[in-house]
Design a protein around this ligand. Sequence first.
Ligand SMILES: [Zn+2]
Length: 192
Amino acid sequence: MTGRTHDAIAFASLVTVAAVSPPEHLNVATATAAIVGNIIGATLPDIDQSTNRLWDFLPGRDFIGKLFLPLFLGHRNLTHSLLGVFLVYHGLGFVLPRILNPVYVEINIIYAAMMIGYVSHLLGDAVTKEGLPLLFPFRWRFGFPPISALRITTGKWIENIVILPGTAAYVFWFIGNHHGDFVKLLKLISEG
Ligand SMILES: [Zn+2]
């Protein structure tokens, strides 16, 4: 799937979780960081490609990219597996408390938003022909539906005409149907 579709699915997932299981506290900084973190989380699995936009934020990206890309062991391998989820979960659990200040933001909410983005990326890729090497380093690929011929091709019309607009429509429909929950969320934010 393309980055744009992954962003949309990640945001739809974040909005859904926020309404279904709302946080106890939420301030503007946390809500903003959660949305940004959600997109970063959704972009992370494809960091194993040199075209990934996260590399653009790094100084000397070409050099660093050449150095680190081999660590991901090829595209759609480690980062698209359960081992990858495990490593990212623990990696973020280690890094986030060291770079975020709990005085200003609720780290756990940002952490959850990033993981929602990450996992939603894998769910999105699961419906594409390539499938997911969930048990990497074993090479078996899994997808939904299980027969790969029934799955979609990245960047082709089903993704662009059905999945992307469908996800946007879902977000509008969901917010409309959970209006009360979102009013509560906005109240939480305004109370800080
Ligand atoms: Zn991917």
